[in-house]
Design a binder for this molecule. Structure first.
Ligand SMILES: [Zn+2]
Length: 264
């Protein structure tokens, strides 16, 4: 969507923003470089102070009949900065979920593979991915590890023969590293048009318990499909207040009609 149109769509939703946050708030981030650590702390602390507790994907997806306030903090892709932030997570007392691409582990991948990976996700910051032992340390610290495919291709554009190497192999590699089952998935790019009903069946048959999307402003949806977790991205380059406001928007109708983000 064009930038100006995006702003107009977002503003239209702001007019009808909810007064209070939903009882379940699912966020996603990407890298966590030092300059954004303060903003990350502020984002998470806002919800902790309101009585939210961080949960893993299964707990988040459970029936909404209980009145507890749940915060799902997740990260996508593959960045060494996650490992460097372990003390920060510890200090905040939060459990996070990391959806990991397995092709760029830096103790295995060549520089050209790593660069092709970061080109694909258009990341121009510090291009240092995790090593496998750093991922194991993140898992050992009590965080949850999920699958984000092997190479971060758009799954809806791939022939079915490629699903195995993108999804099954990512899952198997992660399970080998962390030493236990991996049963949560987030698909690359995260919008409805990047996934499909056959892919959903495939993932379910493979044993995934939850699938996280990047479809924002769906937090007020009634709890009808515990398989999907709709997450809203926190944008470090945008003001804190704008990010908080995004979490009070309800773009279910817009998202269903246009398959695109209502918050730009
Ligand atoms: Zn991604």
């Amino acid at each position: 969507m064009k930038k100006r149109l995006s702003r107009v769509v977002r503003q239209a939703h702001v007019l009808f923003a909810a007064e209070h946050f939903s009882r379940r708030v699912a966020l996603y981030f990407h890298d966590l470089v030092p300059e954004y650590v303060g903003a990350f702390r502020d984002a998470v602390a806002t919800f902790l102070e309101l009585g939210y507790a961080t949960v893993d994907p299964s707990e988040y997806a459970q029936d909404a009949s209980d009145a507890s306030r749940k915060l799902f903090v997740s990260f996508d892709d593959n960045y060494r900065s996650w490992f460097e932030a372990l003390e920060i997570f510890d200090d905040l007392g939060i459990q996070c979920t990391f959806y990991v691409n397995t092709c760029p582990f830096r103790d295995v991948a060549s520089r050209s593979t790593i660069d092709a990976y970061f080109d694909r996700i258009r990341y121009t910051g510090d291009r240092t991915p995790l090593s496998r032992s750093e991922l194991r340390a993140i898992s050992d610290a009590g965080h949850n590890i999920g699958c984000h495919t092997h190479t971060h291709f758009r799954l809806s554009g791939l022939p079915k023969e490629k699903w195995f190497e993108e999804i099954d192999s990512c899952k198997a590699l992660l399970e080998d590293i962390v030493g236990h089952g991996v049963s949560d998935f987030s698909f690359p790019f995260g919008m409805r048009r990047h996934f499909s009903a056959p892919l959903r069946r495939y993932c379910r048959d493979l044993g995934f318990r939850t699938i996280a999307t990047a479809i924002p402003a769906q937090l007020y949806a009634p709890h009808v499909d515990p398989f999907f977790i709709h997450r809203t991205g926190w944008k470090f380059d945008r003001p804190y207040t704008e990010n908080l406001q995004n979490l009070k928007l309800d773009a279910r109708m817009f998202g269903a009609a246009f398959g695109r983000s209502a918050i730009g």
